[in-house]
Design a protein around this ligand. Structure first.
Ligand code: GRF
Length: 192
């Protein structure tokens, strides 16, 4: 019997390396998910070109064209209706979603964050961890709830902070782990 795959919409704002790691995982016939849409709020997002090169449908909705967050999200919701979506994957999507949008997708939006949540919610996670003299950083995939970076964790990976680490060197090593845990987390949700 053919595997029933989770249909993913990936939301990005930038380079899209996490999107690419999921895209690579989806190439395996046995992987329990497929990408049906990549959506961005940034017309210049590099990841959108990567998605197009792979023949994945894309939607570009420039948030600057809308006078409110609600109008922007209404447009997202309208476009999503054209696709059959099981799960929304936030992968470097740099817009905060309103409670009203999040509540339309209960347990169906997940995010990857470059810290060991609940530590270091928000931005500049690596710089803050280094400044605090921490010995460990990491990344977390979690369900999205209206409170920022606060939903239940699905998967987390720890990365040691080394002597001489800068936010950039640490980010690079954490990103390698992000690329592993995001496809794994989707498998967990698929029940595999
Ligand atoms: C990642 O570090 C992710 O944890 C954070 O934003 C970055 C996105 O990178 N939420 P990319 O666009 O997936 O390369």
């Amino acid at each position: 019997m053919a595997l029933k795959k989770l249909k993913l919409a990936i939301f990005i704002s930038g380079r899209g390396s996490n999107m690419l790691s999921i895209l690579e995982a989806c190439k395996d016939d046995a992987y329990p998910a497929e990408i049906v849409l990549v959506l961005t709020n940034r017309p210049d997002a590099k990841g959108i070109d990567i998605a197009k090169e792979h023949g994945i449908p894309t939607e570009i909705i420039d948030h600057k064209a809308f006078s409110s967050r609600e109008d922007f999200e209404d447009e997202i919701s309208e476009r999503l209706e054209n696709y059959d979506i099981d799960l929304i994957i936030l992968a470097g999507f740099m817009r905060i979603l309103t409670a009203s949008f999040v509540e339309q997708w209960p347990d169906q939006i997940i995010n990857i964050h470059p810290s060991l949540l609940p530590d270091y919610k928000g931005l500049d996670t690596h710089a803050r961890a280094i400044a605090d003299g921490k010995t460990e950083a990491g990344c977390t995939v979690h369900f999205v709830i209206p409170d920022l970076d606060s939903g239940p964790n699905i998967l987390q990976r720890r990365v040691p902070i080394l002597d001489g680490d800068t936010p950039e060197t640490l980010a690079e090593r954490v990103l390698e782990q992000e690329h592993k845990i995001y496809p794994e987390a989707i498998k967990i949700i698929a029940g595999v």
